[in-house]
Design a protein around this ligand. Structure first.
Ligand SMILES: [Zn+2]
Length: 375
């Protein structure tokens, strides 16, 4: 494995493929399975790095596409690199920009060379290639960087997905050649859409590169949840067992629990902070809209069992009041709680794996369920 990185599996479940591990990076360890909060523009929206640390966050994700557009990677490097610039001394991961180019940008043109698109910020034409994405990520300086991939939309025809998947493979070869820094681990990404045989082939193709970690990408792009579970169930066990496995863009309770049962170690998702900004609290598997009238005179904490700063100091009524007054503190308090909640969920699963009780303790999360209703 790349210098300064190691992954050790310290316990595994005997009824599922779940495992508990320790991923060592130059900026500290990540105890897996674990949820990673997203700090798109080198900040987790509305909270400080000190507050972020208190949520139990270990590895934090930032977005190459957004940072390239603003402020630009050279300014981040000028500020001492991503960790120093944003004041986060723990492990960090940047994505490759591929997903955002395909989901956010207009007027994009894909060729074998790379992708050309128009910046939504200022209209300038930007060319992103595997080499350019890796150069930007080398300049940003996160511990883990991601290969530049083509993420096909859902739905897409088999031919379209096959073309995107084989291009992703050729682009990975170019990413590996372009990668310059030994203190950064380059993860490859399995594509293949909802076609399980294409996923399996992509996983086996990637395996031969002996990378320090592997991700499953292109899920949670609009396909039904049961397809996500099938994709992960098929793909994860084919990836090397001695390397971390990361399921990109997934962060709901059931999907994480089911993916962990298939052998996934890392997750990221914007929902805890995005929902916080919509006034939604995540409480033990449920979604609560704190603007709802019933919370106006509810003086209990969001969750009595939660150790977070929000739950230790404030009531549902207070947060409801802040939301109704559109006070920024409401979003801060809800983000602190929601991130803590998802990290705690993965920590509880980790503890259960260590104690050998995962399959029984989390049985109700390990079968397909209805979409969670807002209360
Ligand atoms: Zn809390």
């Amino acid at each position: 494995m790349t210098a300064n990185f190691s992954f050790e599996c310290i316990a595994s479940c005997n009824q599922t493929k779940a495992r508990a591990g320790v991923f060592q990076t130059p900026h500290g360890i990540v105890e897996t399975p674990r949820f990673m909060p997203v700090g798109t523009l080198a900040n987790v929206k509305t909270i400080t790095p000190a507050q972020l640390k208190d949520t139990g966050a270990q590895m934090v994700l930032s977005n190459t596409y957004h940072l390239h557009l603003q402020p630009g990677e050279d300014i981040v490097a000028g500020g001492g690199g991503l960790h120093k610039f944003m004041g986060w001394n723990g492990p960090m991961l940047t994505d490759s920009g591929g997903f955002q180019v395909f989901s956010l940008s207009e007027m994009r043109k894909i060729t074998e060379e790379g992708v050309t698109f128009r910046s939504p910020r200022d209209g300038r034409i930007i060319n992103l290639t595997p080499e350019r994405s890796i150069a930007i990520q080398n300049t940003l300086g996160a511990d883990v960087i991601m290969a530049f991939d083509e993420c096909p939309p859902y739905p897409a025809t088999r031919e379209e997905v096959e073309a995107a998947t084989s291009r992703t493979y050729r682009w990975l070869e170019r990413c590996i050649s372009a990668h310059q820094r030994q203190d950064q681990a380059l993860f490859g990404i399995v594509q293949g859409g909802v076609y399980l045989d294409l996923r399996a082939k992509a996983a086996l193709d990637l395996k031969q590169f002996d990378l320090p970690g592997y991700a499953i990408g292109g899920v949670s792009v609009g396909e039904p949840p049961e397809l996500i579970a099938q994709i992960v169930e098929t793909t994860a066990p084919l990836l090397p067992s001695d390397k971390p496995r990361y399921l990109m863009g997934v962060g709901t309770y059931r999907e994480m629990a089911m993916a962990i049962a298939s052998g996934i170690d890392l997750f990221d998702c914007v929902i805890p902070t995005r929902w916080a900004r919509h006034g939604t609290a995540m409480v033990q598997g449920e979604r609560w809209n704190l603007k709802n009238a019933k919370f106006r005179e509810d003086f209990a904490p969001l969750d009595e069992t939660c150790p977070c700063y929000t739950c230790q100091n404030f009531s549902r009524a207070y947060i409801s009041h802040l939301l109704r007054s559109q006070e920024i503190l409401a979003y801060t308090l809800l983000s602190i709680h929601n991130i803590t909640e998802l990290i705690r969920f993965t920590q509880k699963i980790r503890n259960a794996i260590l104690q050998g009780t995962f399959a029984t303790d989390f049985a109700h999360w390990l079968k397909p369920g209805e979409v969670q209703e807002e209360k």
